[in-house]
Design a protein around this ligand. Structure first.
Ligand code: NAI
Length: 360
């Protein structure tokens, strides 16, 4: 357990805590931190005027009940998608004097926002850091699935140049259903328009940018009925939890390719496994998984995966999974870091911050 808390090593491999050197007054503790994050945060922090710089500490441990005590003495806690910010953790942070929680991501379904608001503990997030990064990754999953690149790559490396089983379809002329047409869904729509696809959309709020691309807003059922490809780009909320479920299976066009780069909870995994077995779902591309918490962002290549549902997904030839990496571009990381530091500066200075999360 202790090894979870070990600080990173600098590239020079000097064993030391990764902290900036100036202004020890305002301290930020980063939970679940990875080297690619500490590098960009440190770089951007060092570019701030000296008086505005923070003291940054990066730890690998997730934020949860057992690690909340590590935040003692910090002004700010910076958390990520698989950290737990429930009542216990939020109360613990508040009691220890933490003044701001900075989510370095867009989604905040892992934060009990009403509790944070009641505690007067501001939560800030990064609503948009690169819709292109995520939309392009959704397209990557789609193309990989459709043209079986994952199979072809392995075959060619193995000297197997057989094409059997590698038949895909032209995307040109196919119907693509986009669920959630906000920032990422709109970029995805634009790319698919470029492929010559027919666009259907479902969202409680129509996006004129997406309509201008020629997309038709239809009820969800019609989208499910007609789409050859469905890509999910809506947030995880009570109303969207298990949006793709066993009842929906009956409404899908046979052979549909489903892409989820949004949040794992949008898809009821057991149902899509059934859909894959029946051939109703022709392919599944996931960057997120409902129970990804214990798996993603870690090197488990020498461990036995205990999640049997996830393991079953891995057995399908027509399932491609990436480990929540859709956001991972240089541009996105840089935007995440600059927006997060800006959010924290605003809140600590009692200035208005547009990126504050509230439940009202
Ligand atoms: P956004 O807020 O710009 O757009 C979300 C859209 O979903 C809005 O237009 C909203 O009206 C719509 N929506 C809400 N309820 C809906 C429902 N019941 N059915 C259909 N649409 C509904 O958010 P953005 O930036 O486009 O991000 C979308 C999601 O992508 C985020 O919520 C997050 O979960 C996910 N994401 C995943 C990343 C990854 O690395 N895999 C990185 C960043 C975001």
């Amino acid at each position: 357990m202790l090894s979870l808390f070990r600080p990173f090593l600098f590239e020079s491999s000097k064993p030391m805590m990764m902290t900036s050197t100036n202004n020890p007054k305002r301290r930020i503790l980063f939970y679940s931190a990875k080297p690619y994050e500490s590098a960009i945060f440190t770089q951007l922090n060092n570019q701030l005027p000296e008086a505005e710089q923070f003291k940054l500490t990066f730890i690998e441990a997730h934020l949860c009940e057992t690690t909340v005590a590590l935040a003692k003495g910090y002004d700010v806690v910076c958390a990520f998608v698989n950290d737990t910010l429930d009542r216990y953790v939020l109360t613990g942070l508040k009691e220890q004097g933490v003044q701001v929680i900075a989510m370095r991501c867009a989604g905040y379904n892992n934060v009990d926002v009403p509790v944070a608001n009641a505690l007067q503990l501001p939560i800030v997030r990064v609503p948009a850091y690169s819709p292109y990064a995520v939309a392009e990754h959704a397209v990557t999953l789609l193309l990989t699935l459709n043209r079986k690149i994952h199979k072809a790559y392995a075959r060619v490396r193995d000297g197997n140049f057989s094409l059997d089983g590698l038949v895909g379809m032209d995307l040109h002329g196919k119907t693509v259903g986009i669920v959630g047409t906000g920032k990422i869904g709109a970029v995805f729509a634009g790319i698919m328009k470029g492929f010559g696809c027919k666009l259907l959309a479902f969202d409680p709020y129509k996006n004129p940018e997406v309509e201008a691309l020629g997309a038709t807003y239809v009820p969800l059922q019609e989208l499910l009925n007609q789409s050859d490809v469905i890509s999910l780009h809506c947030p995880l909320m009570e109303s969207t939890h298990h949006l793709i479920n066993s009842a929906m299976l009956k409404q899908l066009k046979r052979g549909v390719l489903i892409i989820n780069t949004s949040r794992g909870g949008l898809v009821e995994t057991q149902s899509v496994i059934e859909g894959l077995k029946q051939g109703v779902i022709g392919g599944l591309g996931l960057d997120v998984y409902e129970e990804e918490g214990p798996l993603f962002f870690e090197d488990l290549s020498c461990s036995v995966i205990q999640d049997d549902v996830f393991s079953r997904l891995l057995t399908f030839p027509n399932v491609v999974i990436t480990g929540h990496q859709a956001f991972l571009t240089q541009e996105a990381l840089s935007n995440i870091a600059s927006t997060t530091l800006g959010n924290v500066q605003s809140v600590l200075a009692n200035q208005p911050c547009n990126n504050t999360v509230t439940d009202f």
